[in-house]
Design a protein around this ligand. Structure first.
Ligand SMILES: Nc1ncnc2c1ncn2[C@@H]1O[C@H](COP(=O)(O)OP(=O)(O)OP(=O)(O)O)[C@@H](O)[C@H]1O
Length: 508
């Protein structure tokens, strides 16, 4: 993967210990499952308990492997941490508790080395000030505060050294690990995750690609969603101070999206933030077809809308700052419209359309109900329940252990579903999970308002598609009628929401 002989030597030196560690971990995990479940009747309480304990032990082993190997492995661990209800809960929890928090930190010497290799000089040459202590460190890079010679405060994201050199070896060894486990346990099929990392890692490791994505994202909002474009922001890129491993951008002074107390302190209501996040991602998914696929809390910031002193019921309007544009997915037109139609059907509990669009996306007739369940976290009976809040997940009223039981009960069906769905939809599931976690932190669940937003934006995308393909007067009339019906539906939902809020305000 490299032309520099010294680096080639280093890469070769990485291979044997990684392969050895991978093989030992894979073999230990495989043997543990075989041994612990030996002679137990699947589905019985004894089997469930043994499986739970083995999942926990294996998740810890995998986590240790990720830390020991570093680099792409940490990225893989982060993927797993965000696949709630898609991979067993024990893995999600273990990875979530560690991967998003414990990240590698490069020394300032290593940072200077990256600068010397990429720009030919040390950071001090390019910046008037450069803080040697990173303000944040993540899986692939760390971010330093700096000031340009003309006095602008900037954030400089510097990639951990040698990541690009070891990524090929990393992916090859992960591939081996996952394939070996799949060979032993045909039910364990996460080869798609490796394919995904193989495809996305080189893109994520190229910061010029990330910079281009950030500008494209903002342009899409301006072109395709002008009504909310001013509420979305991405830091300005300093192209002359950026390379594929160094990204210099405007410094953002804003709160992390889930910092509820901090957000309130700057005069912004968490419900407005939750609605803005839902709107922004619904627009990206259903209308732009170009989607930020890593929307975890650390990648979204909130600040008051600049140059806007207006207040609504005493609260300022929020602006959402999107960071980390390394991982984007494009939905082709047909997939985007089928996905929008599916979400529209889910929000309006339209069983026939749910089935039709699930089949179009590849879930198959037999697994459409499970697909709906994975997307909404609700059992099928609840998905098709016509009450307006049928999809709402509320911290107070939802029994999460029931959801987790559901995921573990249908483990093999979920694996089969994941095998059938296109990878781009799997990434949408991950985006979905990240957004659910953000909404959870902000408002304690996915509110009826969030679903109304998803319903509205997905319906608009479906109507736009119909409009584009219809020529005759009769067709246009039908579309107009559809629009009127839709508005009537949303009006009644808003009324219900209003009365629900009123009921919550009343004592008792
Ligand atoms: N422009 C900026 N202004 C202020 N802080 C920033 C800026 N860019 C990044 N940061 C801080 O640095 C952190 C890490 O940045 P970023 O998410 O881009 O790195 P990463 O290596 O791609 O992370 P990940 O592990 O999510 O892939 C952010 O969570 C944020 O706290």
């Amino acid at each position: 993967s490299t032309e520099d002989p010294a680096t080639t030597l280093k890469v070769c030196a990485h291979l044997p210990p990684r392969l050895l560690r991978d093989s030992v971990t894979a073999a230990t995990i495989a043997l543990d499952y075989k041994w612990s479940l030996l002679g137990l009747e699947p589905g019985t309480p004894a089997w469930q308990s043994a499986k739970h304990k083995t999942h926990l032990r294996s998740a810890n082993r995998l986590q240790e492997l990720c830390f020991r190997n570093g680099g792409i492995y940490i990225k893989l661990g982060q993927h797993i941490a965000q696949l709630e209800y898609v991979v067993p809960e024990e893995y999600v929890k273990t990875m979530r508790e560690s991967m998003l928090k414990r990240c590698p930190v490069s020394s300032y010497e290593e940072v200077r080395e990256v600068f010397a290799k990429d720009l030919g000089e040390s950071p001090e040459t390019f910046f008037a000030e450069f803080d040697p202590v990173p303000l944040a460190s993540a899986s692939l890079a760390q971010v330093h505060a700096a000031r340009t010679h003309d006095g602008q405060k900037v954030a400089v994201k510097v990639q951990h050294d040698h990541l690009t050199d070891t990524s090929v070896v990393d992916i090859a060894t992960v591939d081996l690990l996952v394939n070996a486990l799949h060979y032993i346990f045909p039910m364990f099929d996460y080869r798609w995750l490796v394919d995904e990392v193989r495809e996305s890692a080189p893109k994520e490791l190229d910061f010029l690609n990330e910079a281009k994505n950030s500008e494209k994202c903002l342009n899409n909002f301006r072109r395709l969603s002008p009504h909310i474009a001013s509420s979305i922001y991405v830091p300005k890129v300093y192209w002359n101070l950026s390379t594929s491993r160094i990204l210099t951008m405007e410094f953002m002074d804003a709160k992390e999206v889930t910092d509820v107390r901090g957000i309130k302190e700057i005069g912004i209501h968490p419900v407005d933030v939750s609605n803005l996040v839902s709107k922004a991602f619904a627009e990206m998914i259903f209308k732009h077809g170009f989607v930020h696929c890593d929307p975890h809390a650390a990648n979204m910031m909130i600040r008051p809308m600049p140059q806007d002193s207006r207040k609504f019921f005493g609260w300022k309007r929020p602006q959402l700052v999107l960071l980390d544009h390394g991982l984007y997915k494009e939905l082709d037109y047909t997939t985007r419209i089928s996905y929008a139609s599916l979400w529209k059907a889910l929000v309006f509990a339209d069983a026939k359309a749910i089935k039709e669009n699930s089949v179009k996306l590849g879930a198959g007739e037999d697994l459409h109900a499970l697909f709906a369940g994975v997307l909404t976290m609700r059992p099928w009976q609840r998905v098709i329940d016509p009450s307006p809040d049928h999809l709402v997940l509320d911290r107070k009223t939802t029994d999460y252990s029931e959801l987790q039981d559901y995921a573990s009960l249908y483990f093999s069906e979920i694996s089969e579903l994941l095998r059938r769905l296109p990878r781009v939809i799997l990434l949408m599931l991950k985006t979905n999970d990240c957004l659910r976690a953000v909404n959870h932190a902000l408002v304690g669940g996915t509110s009826l308002e969030s679903f109304m937003i998803i319903g509205r934006v997905s319906s608009e995308a479906v109507l736009d598609a119909k409009r584009m393909s219809s020529r005759s007067f009769l067709n246009r009339l039908m579309i107009w009628l559809d629009e009127v019906m839709l508005e009537a539906r949303f009006f009644s939902l808003k009324l219900i929401l209003f009365f629900m809020q009123l009921r919550n305000l009343l004592p008792g």
